[in-house]
Design a protein around this ligand. Sequence first.
Ligand code: FAD
Ligand code: NAI
Length: 475
Amino acid sequence: MAKEFDVVVIGGGPGGYVAAIRAAQLGLKTACIDEWKNEKGDPAPGGTCTNVGCIPSKALLQSSEHYDHAGHAFAEHGIDVKGLSLNLGQMLARKDSVVKQNNDGILYLFKKNKVSFFHGRGSFVKAESSGYTIQVKGAAEETISGKHVIVATGSNPRALPGAPFDEKLVLSNTGALAIGAVPKKLGVIGAGVIGLEMGSVWRRLGAEVTVLEALPAFLGAVDEQIAKEAAKLFAKQGLGVHLGVKIGAIVVGKKEVTVDYTDDKGAAQKAVFDKLIVSIGRVPNTTGLNAEGVGLKLDERGCIAVDGDCKTNLPNVWAVGDVVRGPMLAHKAEEEGVAVAERIVGQHGHVNFNTIPWVIYTSPEIAWVGKTEQQLKADGVAYKAGTFPFLANGRARALGDTSGMVKFLADAKTDEILGVHIVGPMASELIAEAVVAMEFRASSEDIARICHAHPSLSEATKEAALAVDKRSLNF
Ligand code: FAD
Ligand code: NAI
């Protein structure tokens, strides 16, 4: 007899595990199935985000930034470091232990909230009037059933045609987080979020990094003024970004990878790398789900087709996170997971796609929420802009990190904040104030009139809001 649940969640990444916890909090008998295992074969819930995404990348970004500061920034503070050396093994081991703490934390949360965890691959068997039968294939085989099913099976890295990932020389994000010795020459294809974050890590640790990007504009989704400022700062750091290239043949040798490409002037180029990271986007993952077996519809891009409420074409089957449309972000997946659990019990779960923040964890960080200036122009919206440089912020000077700026975009008539864009220190934290403000439909004057602690980086946010009305106090 199959174990019966109110809700079965397939996938234990940020979308799935959070959906399972919220469903259990709401009194639903909940199961979560996840197949990820660590090198010992033990369950490692948390998905891409915890195992080979957000968490390990931020661990390495932090460690490599400490190393970079010890080598280049400490002297200015009067701290002389002699005999600085890199213990890459320890750095990678620390990253692994941070991942493990997060895996264990999720298992603990499942226990605390009485979510039944199944380790293995979940696939649809059949639909019945009472719900769905799901097979779990792990160390053992089991069959369970759910009145509702939430699919949260995530995404996989996109490979370049002709250059499959071997994780030795041609690396996806998985290999890029586990290079055992700093490569002399590191190639990166794709100047997107992963390319810039992982390129930054290995550059700081000593690699000569060349990033090859197909598009002619740098970070096209980012506000142009902010992207230009970031490009300048990255170039100064020595991150070699080549835009408008066309990748040709990729030949994988014994110890190196040769990439033929055409540059933005149409000239043929050849580059030889010790390692090549391919970060050209991700594809939704429905492998092994048997979606076709129960008639679960996919869209033309291979995502599970859902409406605005994450409902699929099948009754009581929902899908959230990277496997559905929308930005591939952990916090977007979590918000959708919570909203679906609440909809199942008849509440009005809601995700505001206009206020989902983006962060790129380079140094300086880039963060934004809402519309860019180029989007407002294209939409014909009349707006006012205000910027404030960190160079004029006392806390940034004290920190020794004065690069970048905060930029506000507000409606010309109503002053409602339409977008906030930051490149600079701790942009990832500063953006939260802008998200709250936009969620409450604040005006730039609201932020300008709120008392911000001194000295703090957040004063740059207040000053940028003041700048919308051309009344900055410190610039
Ligand atoms: P996933 O996290 O991919 O989880 C899906 C889970 O389902 C996996 O554990 C998988 O094994 C399991 N699964 C799949 N099929 C089955 C099945 N049939 N049965 C059982 N289990 C199954 N986002 C951010 O917001 N901030 C960041 O800083 C950030 N950094 C990133 C860095 C990198 C290098 C990468 C690659 C991604 C990063 N992301 C970041 C994106 C983020 O990781 C994803 O948006 C997020 O993980 C999506 O969550 P999810 O739950 O939809 O899917
Ligand atoms: P991406 O979409 O951010 O960037 C891919 C880049 O590759 C684009 O600039 C694209 O123009 C370029 N590209 C595509 N095909 C190419 C080709 N053939 N040759 C050269 N360039 C090519 O994707 P990325 O970096 O792989 O990351 C995947 C997703 O993971 C991100 O979109 C994001 O949703 C998520 N992520 C989020 C992070 C964060 O929130 N800080 C960190 C890392 C990943």
